[in-house]
Design a protein around this ligand. Structure first.
Ligand code: ATP
Length: 198
């Protein structure tokens, strides 16, 4: 079993996330990618985000046609601030014999040293890092201790300069978000009037 955790705020999930997960799945021959929305990200304290059930529901809609993709509400159920190391420990307890992976973009790797117990995370998981042209992967790698750097596996991916914040801005400005995220997600956003208020 090769299981990858893919955490984020996913407010909303978009094709950048989905493509990274798919290319990581192929590159590492993953059995399963577990999309896990954070309850509260330690780096986004005080930021306003959509209610957890909306972020979860959009993930379910976006991933339901991929048999390798799964959505977990574990961090939402745990509540409080979501530390990845706690989630990794939970996954290890659930799957003692699995190969564990953690998926992230190169921008996220740049801040990995500031996470709680990054060395424990890197001990348990291979880090599948999506290469993104607008972020310097080598600089991020240079900032890491050798033990963590050795656990990084770069994943070349189709460059998609999509971000959740840009999607939220587009909606607020009254612009189309077509082709940035799956149609079911767009329909959900419209139906629930997400991101219209500043
Ligand atoms: P925001 O714009 O609100 O910061 P985001 O689009 O970056 O959100 P997150 O939920 O914060 O989305 O990201 C989760 C993970 O997905 C991060 O590791 C990030 O690097 C990665 N990611 C986000 N957008 C892309 C993209 N377009 N291509 C590759 N990876 C991405």
């Amino acid at each position: 079993m090769r299981i990858a955790l893919f955490g984020g705020t996913f407010d909303p999930v978009h094709y950048g996330h989905l493509r990274l997960a798919e290319e990581a799945r192929e590159a590492a021959q993953l059995t399963r990618v577990l999309f896990m929305p954070a309850h509260i990200s330690p780096f986004r304290l005080g930021e306003y985000h959509s209610a957890p059930h909306h972020r979860l529901q959009m993930l379910l809609l976006a991933t339901r046609d991929n048999p390798h993709f799964e959505v977990s509400d574990h961090e939402l159920q745990r509540g409080g601030i979501s530390y990845t190391v706690d989630t990794v420990r939970y996954l290890r307890a659930q799957h003692p014999n699995a190969e564990l992976y953690l998926i992230m973009g190169a921008d996220t790797l740049a801040g990995f040293q500031r996470w709680r117990q990054p060395e424990v995370i890197a001990q348990e998981c291979t880090l599948l890092v999506g290469v993104r042209p607008e972020y310097d992967l080598n600089a991020a790698l240079d900032s890491l201790p050798a033990a963590i750097r050795a656990r990084v596996h770069p994943v070349p991916m189709t460059p998609l300069g999509i971000s959740a914040s840009a999607i939220r801005d587009q909606i607020r400005a009254g612009h189309s978000i077509r082709y940035l995220t799956p149609p079911d997600v767009i329909e959900y956003i419209i139906r629930n009037r997400l991101y219209v208020e500043p």
